[in-house]
Design a binder for this molecule. Structure first.
Ligand SMILES: [Zn+2]
Length: 71
């Protein structure tokens, strides 16, 4: 999976809290960014993996339904 950690690089007095887009866990120093979800911030690669897995499952079942209708 293509992704990388992005450092938040916030000053120590910055009180904004960033939460993982998937599990809601607080992200303190760096977040995991993936190309599949450029607007999302994940606390760790596994969160992005799970989210992507869920979405591809949905996509697959939709494709199957479409194919079944067509035939
Ligand atoms: Zn997470």
């Amino acid at each position: 999976m293509s992704g990388h950690y992005v450092s938040l690089d916030l000053p120590w007095y910055e009180t904004r809290i960033l939460n993982c887009s998937f599990c809601g866990k607080m992200v303190a120093v760096q977040y995991w960014r993936v190309d599949s979800f450029p607007m999302e911030k994940f606390c760790e690669p596994s969160c992005a993996d799970v989210k992507r897995g869920l979405q591809s499952q949905l996509g697959n079942s939709k494709d199957k339904a479409r194919k079944r209708k067509a035939t």
